[in-house]
Design a protein. Sequence first.
Length: 282
Amino acid sequence: MKTVVITGGTDGMGKALAMTYLGRGDQVVIVGTNPQKGRALLDAAAEIGAERRIEFIQADLSLVAENRRVLERIRATHQTVDTLVLAARYYRATRSVTAEGFEANFALFYLSRYLLGHGLADRLDRSDAPVILDLSGPGGDLSRIRWDDLQFENSYNPDEVMGQCGKLSDLLAVAFTRRYPHSSIRYILLHPGLTSTAFTGEYDTAGAASVARMREQGQPIEAALRRILRHLDTPPAAPLTAFMQDDPVDITGDPFAPEAADRLATLTERLLHSDRTGNADN
């Protein structure tokens, strides 16, 4: 029996993954913000007799303190984690700042992935075949990153924010594998392709229309699920890999530069230290 942790697991692909693993007899921990969706997922698990193998943790992962609470709960309950799926994201047409002082997308899409990956690294290393799967959009160039304005205090653009968060995920993965060079964890960056899913977020009129078109044009969730499971069930041998749908992404070039990954890791630790002392900035 595997233990699988999924963020953003009450909707779309996360939910489909959760139900798949439950159907296989595995233990699943779901982290999400919406208690009604969490309850619906628990009910769905009960319908297939898996109510004892699922746990829903309600948490706002855009808050560092909530990530730490989730980590404490998982670590107290599970000595081993086999798979960590990082799928939480939320589109915001206008800039929003959390109670801790972080831009909300930066906090949810990047900081949460950083905290959960590092926070469960030792639990993952106890697995026979540990995997971290980040459902983002690997690739692109480093010019996406506003190094002097990581949280878009100036000229907020939601599409640029989401693009930058994807690029930060790439560098997070690079830094992770550099930090744990002897780990058996396989870190996979994957964009499964445009999928007709929830697209949770707060949209303006134009954004809502665009989302409606994407839902019409996207592949069924089942098609994306098959692509995701192909990587999870048979992880690549390399510590870090990236894919756009089924096509490998070259991780040896400038977009995945170790120097940039180290720079981001240093900035992140500084921000998280500031959060602990109550003086977060940028």
